[in-house]
Each structure stands twice: as structure tokens, then as C-alpha cells.
Write a protein that binds this ligand. Structure first.
Ligand SMILES: [Mn+2]
Length: 268
């Protein structure tokens, strides 16, 4: 049954990691069918160039996601691609157009309520990636191993009718340092919003979706489509909302799980 898509002023998604086995392309496709927007920001790590460089992995579903986005652009949506560290090959094209898709290293988004947000992937503020690329690569490898295991577990879970379970999210949540890491990143990014004299920041990179307030500056992280299947939408009045999409919803008919809402002080 075809559902009528919900329409938003803006849609922010990041960390799709297309070109990797961990990418939740089917869930994303279903999400994109049901959520449309006037402007779509792709907040980095959309196509995983690091992985594709070592081995080519590009199934039909990954193509379908790209096609779906291009179709939105043809229908008049403005699409802005902010490259991340996994698709840094696009950074040299910043300021250019791919068809109608704008590529931009970072930019300011003005919401309907007049609030201004710096849109940036965020890896530039990740001390690991910034200062030790070899360490980042090693981390990436361990991460891929964890995801491969997670993928197998989920094949079994799907057959048994269970919902998606994320091993790496589970592991991360149990590592003490991960909490510090996320906290530091969030604070750094919120400080960056202050430095740019805007009201907040919208980023991705750490695969941890959030809408938070840091002393009056909004920290918004779009999350990812590898572990958590999350996106951020801007309503017509400028209100930002985090959506947790439940994968396998067509199998389980679960649809949307309750979304995390902005604290009232943020509501327009
Ligand atoms: Mn990244």
C-alpha cells in the first residue's frame, strides 16, 4: 500500500555510508519514500570512498537511494551535499554543481523561525581523524568487523521477525571513553556555532543522533543510516525534530517509533 509522503521544509541526513555492507539502504529508501522536503542536506559520509577504494560493493539498493535523491532534485527539491571524511574526494569540488546538486564544505542554513545553523559534517573537529589518519583507518577496520558480525546477526533476527539490532551501537555504549568522546565532540561543535555567531550547528560523523542545547546553542546531530537509522527534519515553523526510523517496518508493520522532540524552549 502506497502511503502519502509527509512533507517538511528541510530534511537532514548523514552517514549513509553507501558502498559498504553496513549501509541500511533498504530502510533509507523506505524512509525517503515517506519523507519529502523542499531542501535536502546530505551532511557527509554519503558515499564511502574509503571502502570502495579497497573493494567494490555497490548493490542495486544503493543505486536506488541515489536515484531517489536525484528524482527529488528533478521534482524541484534543493539538494546540498556537504562532504564528510569518507567522501572527502568530493571536497575538491566544493562550490560546484553536479547537475542540480550543490557541493559545499559547510554552509549556514536559515530556518523558518530565523534561527541560523552551521551545517558541517564535523570530522574536522574529531581529534582522532585530524591528528592520526592511520589510527582512524585502524578504527575503521575494527568498526567494519563489528558491522559485518552485526549484519549476520540481523539476517537471523529478520528471519525470526525481530527488529534490527546494532552491535556497534551496543559496544560503543559500553565503552567508557565513547561517552567522553561523544560529549567532547558535541561541546566542540556547539562552541563552533558560537564562534560562527549562529544559533546552532547541524552535523553528523559520530553516528550519535541528538538535539541538545549547550548554553543557548543548539547541537543537532543527524545520526546515521548504518546503526541507528535517524534523520532530522525541519517543520514549516522552523521546529527541528529527530526521527528514529524503525528498519524492517514493512516486515513488522511497526512504522515510526516515537520521535525525540525538541525541548519546549526550542520550539518556535
Ligand atoms: Mn564522518
Amino acid at each position: 500500500m502506497q502511503q502519502q509522503p509527509q512533507r517538511f521544509r528541510t530534511l537532514f541526513i548523514s552517514d549513509l555510508h553507501l558502498g559498504t555492507k553496513g549501509a541500511q539502504a533498504e530502510a533509507l529508501l523506505e524512509f525517503l519514500k515517506q519523507h519529502e522536503a523542499d531542501t535536502i542536506y546530505l551532511v557527509g559520509d554519503i558515499i564511502d570512498g574509503w571502502r570502495l577504494r579497497s573493494s567494490w560493493y555497490w548493490p542495486q539498493h544503493h543505486n536506488d537511494v541515489v536515484q531517489k535523491l536525484l528524482r527529488q532534485a528533478r521534482k524541484g527539491a534543493r539538494i546540498v551535499y556537504v562532504p564528510g571524511n569518507h567522501d572527502e574526494f568530493l571536497r575538491e569540488f566544493c562550490g560546484n554543481l553536479f547537475g542540480s546538486i550543490e557541493v559545499c564544505d559547510s554552509l549556514v542554513h536559515e530556518a523558518a523561525d530565523g534561527r541560523r545553523y552551521l551545517v558541517i559534517h564535523g570530522d574536522a573537529f574529531d581529534m582522532v581523524v585530524r591528528h592520526a589518519r592511520w589510527l582512524a583507518f585502524l578504527g575503521d577496520w575494527a568498526y567494519v568487523m563489528a558491522l559485518a558480525l552485526s549484519t549476520r546477526i540481523n539476517v537471523v533476527r529478520r528471519k525470526m521477525g525481530f527488529t534490527y539490532w546494532s552491535l556497534s551501537a551496543w559496544a560503543k555504549a559500553r565503552v567508557k571513553n565513547a561517552v567522553n568522546y561523544i560529549g567532547n565532540f558535541e561541546e566542540t561543535l556547539a562552541a563552533e556555532a558560537a564562534r560562527h555567531e549562529v544559533d546552532g550547528v547541524i552535523c553528523g560523523h559520530i553516528h550519535s543522533a541528538a538535539i541538545r542545547d549547550f548554553e543557548g546553542f543548539a547541537y543537532i546531530n543527524t545520526g546515521d543510516w548504518v546503526e541507528s537509522c535517524t534523520a532530522v527534519v525541519e517543520h514549516e515553523n522552523g521546529r527541528m525534530e529527530l526521527i528514529h526510523w524503525a528498519p524492517f517496518s514493512t516486515v513488522l508493520n511497526a512504522g515510526r517509533v516515537p520521535a525525540v522532540r525538541l525541548p519546549s524552549r526550542h520550539a518556535a
